[in-house]
Design a protein around this ligand. Sequence first.
Ligand code: C2E
Ligand code: CA
Ligand code: CA
Length: 688
Amino acid sequence: MQASLEHLSDLVVVTDADLAPPGPRIVYVNQAVIERTGYDRERLIGASPRLFQGKDTCREALNRIGNALRRGERVREELLNYTSSGDAYWIGISIVPLFDDRGQLTHFVSTQSDITSRKRIESDLLLFRQAIDQSPSSVIITDNSGHITYVNNGFEINSGYSRDDVLGRTPGFRAWAPKSEIEKRAFWDRLDSGLPWRGEFVNRHKQGHRVVKRAVVSPVRDLEGNISHFLSVEQDITAEKEALSQLEYLAYHDPVTQMPNRRLLQQRVEALLHASFIAPSAALLLIDLDDFKRINDAHGHGFGDRVLQKIGSRLQKQLLSESELVARLGGDEFGVLLCGRTTDAESDLIWRLEALSQQLARPLNIDGETLLLAGSIGVARIPQHGRSFVTLQRNADLALYKAKADGKGGYATFTAELNVAAQRRVRLEESLRLTILRDELSLAVQSQFGPAGDIRGAEVLVRWLRGPEGVPVSPAEFIPVAEASGLIKPLTLTVFRQALEIAAQLKAAGLRIPLSINLSSDLFRDSALIDALVDLVADSVVTPDALMLEITESLFIDTHPDLLRNMSRLAELGFAFSLDDFGTGYSNLAYLKRLHLSELKIDKSFVDGLPQDEDNRAIVLSIISIARQLRLRVVAEGVETSAQADFLVAHGCELLQGYLLHKPSPAEEWLGQLMDGIEKNCRKGVDH
Ligand code: C2E
Ligand code: CA
Ligand code: CA
């Protein structure tokens, strides 16, 4: 029996049954004990089994063993024991009392099996359980039919539901909205094939609010490899989502008006272009508020912002469906996407454009002030005028340019010719830049005559004799290009320099003929340029009274503070001003006095109809009478017939300018003829 015990892998320890202190002593150990504990047999025989125990050996378990042995009963326990070198190991111990023939207790036999690895698994499991229980994430375990068998504390805290609320239910009961059949299929297909599903759930908190969860649901297999449970670990990403949607909102909206911005407009237009079904026709509109800059300058940006907000909301009210959109593109530019049946036919579209224009032109009431605005609209049709947002935008922009050139407050639709015109503008701009740089612009001069045919003044007109095609380009074409590109500044400096040379020669010859120079009104915003012009005059032999500065009457000319300031400055220095193209703009007569004017020029379009056209006659007569009352000199321009000249002279117009009397001629030629006494010839013309 001893031999067979020696080969047992379990540990066998036999002690005597002496229960009086210090307790039983070891009388036998098998080989397994020696191997596991590291003690040799001599050390063990006669020793107390307490030798195997240590500081973490459970006292209660030892007491239970002691009590059982005293009663002569069998006992089973799990104990932590130690080897001779102090390493701990777990044993499952079972102790059996041995009795002799007379029933006398003689020994205790204990068999011990090493359960260290099982104990480790158990404590690992406990740790896992605690970790999961205490994790802030929500953990849900369902059985393989999807019914909840476990939820952790995190779940209870995050969802508001207690464990008892949910055990036995399916996790989907909290869904904010039911999942579609397709979504459900994809979810189960993935889990059934043994793969984890990752995604987001939108759930309802027990309190009713919406929570967004990022979740990983994984199948759990049993020992046979069958899916027995599903584990879902969820994280609350509601705040993250909100921050994200806030960011997204900011990325797609304009902070001033809270309206969609260019990016959103682009997305919507592109979605429309990429849709398999393109609406028969849609349209991209670009809207630019005319003279908005003036409002900002005059009333401040806060006021300007409110104007934009009001205009924006008016435009939005014109939308007819969810798929239409108004966006603020920046500055005073809005973009509108129109689609659906109302844009199918050209006539329908026009109806909508009219409605939009009307909204732009309706008086605005802001801070007790009433404003009159207008906006120009450029239209590109989708998809006819472009299959990309960039193209559509460019073409709508060309149409906008056309709308503005046709007179403010209107609309225009893109045509292929506009493209050609735009290309020409670009070419003109490039070429003009070089021309100015090479100082190749020249001047023509056109004389102005008094009723007696005497030269009283002359207008200098810029000439570009060799344009991009090698032929002259009219200032009517390149001046707007110069104004739009900023080239107007160097151009004006060039004109001034040359005009001053002519004036110097006139002065040297003892001729007092003031030279009129055209100034684009935008230049008056630019104090640095005005300084440069003043310096040019100061550095020359010419005094300001030898010049007349012509400014065009343009809408709102009166309210720009810089304009008034710079005009006053120049007037103080002795410069005189003439209001060109009078009658075509919208000048407020009350302001005319404040503009330091000394002359009005009746626009050629009114002179044209004289003397037959009754309206023109009335207009011209009233201009002459206004000028008289304001003590301004009147010049009629574009006089082509002697009938016109006679009418004008008869009604008190003091100065005449036009082809009848003199066609603009190159500056040197004009000067030369002047010196030769050309005056006499011209007088004949008037007499005729
Ligand atoms: P504007 O200031 O109204 O100049 C008068 C225009 O009418 C000139 O055209 C002149 O040649 C033309 N004209 C004069 N008499 C007659 C006539 O009897 N019949 C007809 N049909 N036309 C006549 P131009 O030189 O082509 O200039 C066109 C416009 O270009 C000017 O209109 C002015 O607004 C602008 N411009 C010309 N030179 C300058 C300049 O140096 N600076 C600026 N800023 N603008 C200029
Ligand atoms: Ca002029
Ligand atoms: Ca004019």
